[in-house]
Design a protein around this ligand. Structure first.
Ligand code: SF4
Ligand code: SF4
Length: 462
């Protein structure tokens, strides 16, 4: 090892993992983690930390790891994050912490995510948990949504001594970590449930099966139930569709529903009570991480899978690692291709997708080159399932049942960029409920920012 390259991480063989739901990446063992930690230059001005949305003291935890002090390393990480085993697995590190690492200038960046995962997993094996605040300040905060932003906000507030209750609409906490990201990328019992238990260990209560806006409103929480402030981290659960002919046909699914069935309801298991369609040939429309997750799930359920994306490989929004894994497992990519119509058989079930080839034209509002159809280039892809992974937008239930909450034209809540406060005093928001679907770590960063905003707001009222 010349020090320029990362210590490689062990993974399940693609041919084997294409048929199971076990975790793909096996992580570092102790020797590998120590060798990778040695590659860190311990920069005085660590750019990696600036690239981390929750500002983990990266050289600090790596230094502890080099000293073979895993509890110390975990303590450093815990100052900024309660979900390190999750983030070490699902953060887009190449565009965040590792994207800024100076080691990456003339070689490969330090494998910060894999080291973080190693520390979190090893600390869990050692039975180490975060400790609750020693004193409580008697103030109550309600957090809506037990996903990444809500868990991050609740953890920081609990550490500051607040009495925090999280309400979640589903029967299980975790939000997108539980219903959206598949087991083979993020194991539920071994990783997600464990880190949620760590949030509970800080004193946070989690009430599931409570739909804010139906079971109880924000006005009732504040006026009748004595909550001093509210954080809305309800995510973006409303799937988008293309509005093309045939999209209502049987066999067309939103990635959201498809993944929820598999991940949350364990429909991939033979003993599950929730059914899932086992396609022979599936087309997944979209190019983000959710599209990769849906495609790799369909593959594991026995389908031959094609991903259709209207731009080129360079614009694929999914993490490079996920695209690489999908290709290794045998998923086909039809790039610069757009569906125009979904065709059905005599029973009304999907039988294929008529697509058209695209080329890239002038840049659009997003700065990316706009895909333009090539006349006369239509072609068919035979399939018996189509999974739409085109993104999601926030559910309007909360904004429509709460007085004084302004929303953008895209349905996101309007917040003060500095502290996450909405247009209603005492109500804060962050994560996908504000931005529309983004990443776990950006949502956590927004949750932390709002926790600081709530703390300042409640102190100023004193
Ligand atoms: Fe990197 Fe994510 Fe960990 Fe921050 S939380 S250091 S961005 S892997
Ligand atoms: Fe280590 Fe890279 Fe961060 Fe420098 S930028 S402290 S080398 S991880």
């Amino acid at each position: 090892m010349d020090g320029m390259k990362k210590v490689p991480v062990r993974e399940q063989d693609p041919k084997v993992r294409a048929h199971n739901f076990d975790e793909v990446c096996l992580g570092y063992n102790r020797e590998e983690a120590m060798a990778e930690a040695e590659r860190c230059l311990q920069c005085k001005n660590p750019l990696c930390q600036q690239g981390c949305p929750v500002s983990i003291n990266i050289p600090g935890f790596i230094r502890k790891l080099r000293e073979d002090d895993v509890p110390g390393a975990y303590e450093v990480i815990s100052e900024s994050s309660t979900l390190p085993a999750v983030c070490g697995r699902v953060c887009p590190q190449e565009t965040q912490c590792e994207g800024r690492c100076v080691r990456g200038i003339r070689g490969e960046a330090v494998s910060i995510g894999k080291l973080e995962r190693y520390v979190a997993d090893t600390a869990a094996e050692m039975g180490i948990h975060p400790q609750p605040a020693k004193t409580r300040n008697g103030k109550k905060v309600a957090v809506i949504g037990a996903g990444p932003s809500g868990l991050a906000c609740a953890s920081d507030l609990a550490r500051l001594g607040y009495d925090v209750t999280i309400f979640d609409a589903l029967h299980k906490a975790g939000g997108v970590l539980s219903y959206g990201i598949p087991e083979f990328r993020l194991p539920k019992e071994r990783v997600v449930d464990r880190e949620i238990d760590n949030v509970r260990a800080l004193g946070v209560r989690i009430e599931t099966d409570v739909i804010i806006g139906k079971s109880v409103t924000i006005d009732e929480l504040m006026d009748r139930e004595g909550y001093d402030a509210v954080f809305i981290g309800s995510g973006a659960g409303l799937p988008k569709f293309m509005h093309i002919p045939g999209e209502q046909a049987m066999g067309v699914f939103s990635a959201n529903e498809y993944l929820t069935r598999s991940n949350l309801m364990h429909a991939y298991r033979e003993d599950a009570r929730t059914p899932i369609y086992h396609a022979k040939k599936a087309v997944v429309v979209g190019g983000g991480n959710v599209a990769m997750d849906a495609a790799r799930t369909a593959l594991r359920l026995g389908a031959d899978v094609t991903i259709v994306y209207r731009r080129s490989e360079a614009e694929l929004p999914a993490r490079k690692e996920e695209v690489h894994h999908a290709k290794e497992e045998g998923i086909r990519f039809e790039l610069l291709t757009n569906p125009e119509e979904i065709l059905t058989d005599e029973n009304g079930w999907v039988s294929g997708v008529r697509c058209i080839r695209m080329e890239l034209g002038e840049p659009d509002a997003s700065g990316r080159r706009r895909p333009v159809p090539i006349e006369g280039s239509e072609f068919m892809i035979d399939c018996d399932a189509v999974i739409m992974a085109l993104g999601t937008s926030p559910n309007p239930l909360i904004s429509s049942t709460t007085d004084g909450l302004a929303t953008t034209t895209k349905g996101g809540l309007v917040v003060n960029e500095e502290n996450g406060e909405t247009t209603r005093p005492g109500v804060f928001a962050g994560g996908d409920a504000v931005t529309g679907a983004a990443t776990v770590i950006l949502a956590m960063g927004a949750g932390r920012k709002a926790a600081r905003g709530i703390d300042e707001y409640l102190r100023s009222r004193d």
